[in-house]
Ligand binder design. Structure first.
Ligand code: NI
Length: 176
């Protein structure tokens, strides 16, 4: 299965609001695209991947967060996702496949209830906590053209930008 090419920040597609997909008719191309998204994400070692990250400016993402002592595994594709409720807070390191090698502290809500369409165009609702909640918020941001730099405190963002410069200079940023 061909792997999709992940684009890195600051590719303009990462800063664009994605187009809604909707449920009109089952798109046979969608199944192949979603399968490729999962494959690309797992190959790259990520837990979430949004369509804009592979150059497709649409509101779709895949996620696969591992089971832990506290939480179940969450593997899903969310189309036209929306957050309907958030609560609590978690402060922890976050990464992004479009920012290879960069991890930085980001504050997110601890619990998220999100609605979306699944691959067949059926409505789904997810009620998740911890990493899965962080992942959903991060990926919905991608659908809105927002990257995790925008969610950092000013100080952390400055540090992150310096780190990106260093990674670029050492040739560890751009994919061939
Ligand atoms: Ni990301």
């Amino acid at each position: 299965m061909p792997l999709l090419r992940i684009v890195n920040y600051p590719d303009p597609v990462l800063l664009k609001v994605g187009m809604p997909i909707g449920s009109d008719g089952c798109d046979p191309e969608l199944d192949g695209f979603v399968a490729n998204m999962f494959e690309t994400m797992s190959e790259a070692g990520g837990v979430g991947l949004a369509a804009p990250q592979v150059g497709v400016s649409k509101r779709l993402f895949v996620m696969d967060t591992p089971e832990t002592d506290e939480f179940d595994r969450v593997r899903a594709v969310l189309i036209d996702p929306e957050v309907v409720h958030v609560e609590g807070e978690q402060i922890g390191d976050e990464g992004c496949l479009s920012f290879p090698g960069l991890f930085q502290t980001v504050r997110r809500e601890m619990r998220v209830i999100a609605r979306a369409l699944d691959q067949k165009g059926e409505p789904i609702e997810l009620d998740v906590r911890g990493l899965a909640a962080r992942c959903i918020l991060h990926e919905i941001d991608h659908c809105d053209g927002i990257v995790f730099l925008d969610r950092m405190t000013a100080l952390k963002r400055e540090l992150a930008k310096q780190k990106i410069k260093r990674l670029k200079r050492s040739g560890k940023w751009d994919r061939s």
